[in-house]
Design a protein around this ligand. Structure first.
Ligand SMILES: NC(=O)c1ccc[n+]([C@@H]2O[C@H](COP(=O)([O-])OP(=O)(O)OC[C@H]3O[C@@H](n4cnc5c(N)ncnc54)[C@H](OP(=O)(O)O)[C@@H]3O)[C@@H](O)[C@H]2O)c1
Length: 175
């Protein structure tokens, strides 16, 4: 996600093997820990937000060759202004400024890409709190297989499916 040459090589491999790309899931991301500082901010935005731009731009030519191209950007409800300002939501109390801010960017990029490319579906997704390396220190989250269900659902939308939305497994989330 942070290396243009690596991204180009990955897309070239897909091009030579398949000649098109039906589904792109931008999943990779990082959660910086400890007090925010400049280097952590640069790394968070480079990986979580600029990474989405790098991969999406490299993938667009292959996506355009699909009859039903779909992009799912794994964002987070921690990047929803509605959630982080709502005392009834768990995101309200999470001290993860760099992660949240970079996920706001992911969601905004999703909306902007959807507007610029109406022939490709772009949706941002909160996958649900999941037990992964990212959350291991907190000891929280459901099994990966459960969260994967909503990712697969958003990745296999029909041609008339939504675009430019932020969703979780219950449907559209407020911004
Ligand atoms: N877990 C949750 O509860 C939760 C909730 C909401 C949203 N999310 C989002 O879900 C996505 C997946 O997170 P996760 O929980 O599965 O975290 P994870 O276990 O830490 O996995 C993150 C993945 O991103 C990859 N990655 C990190 N930096 C990269 C880079 N520069 N280039 C390519 N790959 C890179 C990692 O690869 P390596 O292992 O090789 O480093 C790893 O496979 C993230 O976007 C996260 O923000 C997670």
């Amino acid at each position: 996600m942070t290396d243009d040459a690596s991204v180009a090589a990955a897309l070239a491999t897909i091009d030579s093997a398949e000649g098109r790309l039906d589904v792109l899931v931008n999943n990779a991301g990082i959660l910086p820990t400890g007090d925010p500082d400049g280097p952590k901010a640069l790394l968070a935005f480079d990986t979580n937000a600029a990474g989405v731009v790098r991969v999406t731009e490299a993938a667009l030519p292959l996506l355009r060759r699909s009859s039903n191209p779909t992009v799912v950007n794994i964002s987070s409800s921690a990047g929803s202004f509605w959630a982080v300002t709502n005392p009834d939501r768990p995101e309200f109390a999470l001290p993860i400024a760099l992660y949240s801010a970079s996920k706001v960017a992911v969601t905004m990029l999703t909306v902007q890409y959807a507007k610029v490319h109406p022939g490709i579906k772009f949706n941002a997704l909160e996958p649900g709190t999941t037990a992964t390396d990212m959350t291991a220190a907190f000891g929280i989250g459901r099994p990966v297989e459960e969260s994967a269900e909503v990712v697969v659902r958003m990745a296999t939308l029909g041609p008339d499916g939504p675009t430019g939305t932020l969703q979780d497994e219950s449907g559209e989330l407020p911004w």
